[in-house]
Design a protein around this ligand. Structure first.
Ligand code: NAP
Length: 503
């Protein structure tokens, strides 16, 4: 892996006066970045609390066969840490995990991480945050940055008889590597991005695969070629070439797919044509094709990006099961037509609770206000990063972040640059409390709601993007606007005050 030793390319921020003690929750992609950015901002007393026994976030938790990122590798990286050694256009999960381990080690972030230290409680008291770990350790901090990720609470389906299955059963985010799939009858429930990656990765090994589909998916045919050694060598010798590639990939994402989902009809027409011709040209049997054809608009659900799924599901040992699941029994899955699909292994590719954010951690802000109370109606934040009555508490990839449209690393870099500028406000006094005003938060969320009808996410499908009120927890504008709005905080939208001294 190349190491240019460069600093983040996000603009530098003012350095305040007071030295802060800051907690970061989560040692995944955004937690590692938060630590690097804090140091650049002059904050050195940093603790990263990590619930697991090592860093890596989603790339540590997910180890299922076929795992890759559907953002091109040369875009899915920190701006300041190009990597000439990516093996594929979309590199495999373990390689991405190693990338984050390498960055953490090179930037001396490892030493800040306290593993096996899930934070169960964060309480705002006397202008500080008191954090308690699952082990009962308590410490106080001037500020907290929540880097807890988006898709990390596995969602188990509520199907009758779940406990009665006699074979091995596990969620995709908890893959059981002790179970050998070779020659076995395997069932997968779900047809999201995860299941669509697993299917081609295991089809040659298993005796029979039953893929239980509740809703068909649109699929963009995205080949994933290896990056030739000669090209890697060129990148090593000319690291600036990777910056050009990064910009090119970023522009392509931002100007095409990302524009399509927020209402650009011409771009959407191209994506639709691509998905439709992929289905028509690559699925031969008309009955199978009909069962794989969605009845909702392309990209309403998160698009599947692979050229391997259609060939895999047409293998003789693969079966797409579209009859609804009635129950799970000791011997397999019984569908509503009365048939028992006999299985040795059942994989639950049923997704995540995407709207839990930092919970189940108990977060209590000013005057004893719990985050569950503040978010009783909906998860609403100001510009995705902060919440009224929760001073000096910040989130990366919080509600309505532009997840799904761009590389989440790009999003985290922009949000952390913004958070660092608020951090400099906290540095200005002994007990400075920084929080968004209620009015600004309401205005931001009203604007988001007003813009949603122009997006594809509300055109009539069910997806993990939608919250309990049916509103997409996404960002309805383009990346240029995101960058512009997040370039620097409008301090008129914040309440910045000196807290009362402790009694
Ligand atoms: P998901 O998109 O939420 O898909 C869950 C699947 O399980 C859906 O097909 C759903 O059907 C089905 N399901 C849930 N409960 C069910 C039940 N009770 N009975 C039958 N079917 C049930 O989850 P995911 O595939 O894990 O993907 C989640 C997200 O992770 C992706 O959208 C993507 O953002 C991210 N991801 C990214 C990559 C990557 O390459 N970057 C790879 C994997 C995942 P319905 O559609 O009918 O609800």
């Amino acid at each position: 892996m190349s190491n240019t030793g460069r600093r983040s390319t996000e603009p530098a921020v003012d350095i305040g006066t007071r030295s802060l003690k800051v907690a970061i929750i989560g040692a995944g992609m955004s937690g590692i970045l938060a630590a690097i950015r804090l140091r650049e901002t002059g904050v050195h007393d940093i603790t990263i609390f990590e619930k697991a026994d090592r860093l890596g976030g989603t790339w540590r938790d997910n180890t299922y066969p076929g795992l890759t990122c559907d953002v091109p590798s040369h875009l899915y990286r920190y701006t300041f840490e190009p990597n000439a050694d990516w093996s594929h256009r979309f590199s495999p999960g373990p390689e991405i995990c190693r990338y984050f381990e390498g960055v953490s080690a090179r930037h001396d972030v490892d030493e800040l991480i306290r593993t096996n230290s899930e934070i169960v409680r964060s309480t705002f008291k006397d202008s500080h945050w008191e954090l308690e770990t699952i082990n009962g350790d308590v410490d106080t901090f001037d500020a907290v940055i929540c880097c807890t990720g988006v898709l990390h609470h596995p969602k188990y389906p509520d199907i009758e008889g779940m406990d009665s299955f006699a074979g091995d059963m596990f969620h995709t985010a908890r893959w059981n590597h002790d179970v050998d799939l070779k020659g076995k009858r395997v069932g997968i429930i779900g047809t999201g991005s995860t299941a669509m990656q697993i299917t081609p990765a295991i089809i040659d090994d298993v005796a029979h695969l039953s893929l239980f589909q509740r809703t068909p998916q649109w699929v963009v045919p995205l080949p994933n070629p290896e990056i030739p050694e000669a090209l890697k060598e060129r990148y090593r010798e000319n690291p600036e070439e990777m910056d050009g590639l990064y910009s090119h990939l970023s522009e392509r994402f931002v100007d095409t797919f990302a524009r399509a989902v927020i209402g650009d009809r011409e771009e959407m027409r191209k994506v639709e044509e691509n998905c439709y011709s992929n289905l028509m040209e690559n699925v031969n049997d008309p009955d199978l094709r009909a069962r794989l054809t969605p009845d909702y608009k392309v990209a309403c659900k998160r698009l599947i990006m692979t050229d391997k799924f259609y060939p895999a599901i047409q293998q003789p040992n693969a079966e797409l099961v579209t009859d609804g699941i009635e129950r799970i029994e000791a011997g397999g899955v019984r569908t509503v037509d009365g048939r028992l699909h006999e299985l040795d292994i059942l994989v639950l590719a049923t997704g995540y609770h995407a709207h839990d954010f930092m919970r189940p951690m108990k977060v209590t802000g000013r005057d004893g206000l719990a985050i569950d109370e503040a978010w009783a109606e909906a998860n609403e934040a100001y510009r995705s990063v902060s919440v009224p009555d929760f001073p000096n508490f910040f989130m990366v990839a919080g509600p309505n972040s532009p997840i799904g449209n761009f590389s989440l690393i790009q999003v985290a870099e922009v949000q952390l640059n913004y958070i660092m500028q608020l951090m400099t406000q906290i540095q200005r006094g002994e007990r400075v409390e920084v929080e968004p005003t209620q009015q600004a938060t309401k205005r931001f969320n009203d604007e988001i709601k007003a813009a949603m009808p122009g997006t594809v996410w509300v055109t009539g499908c069910n997806s993990w993007y939608l919250d309990k009120n049916g509103n997409p927890a996404l960002y309805p504008w383009d990346f240029q606007r995101f960058r512009r709005d997040m370039a620097s905080p409008d301090l008129d939208d914040f309440q910045i005050r000196e807290g009362d001294a402790a009694a």
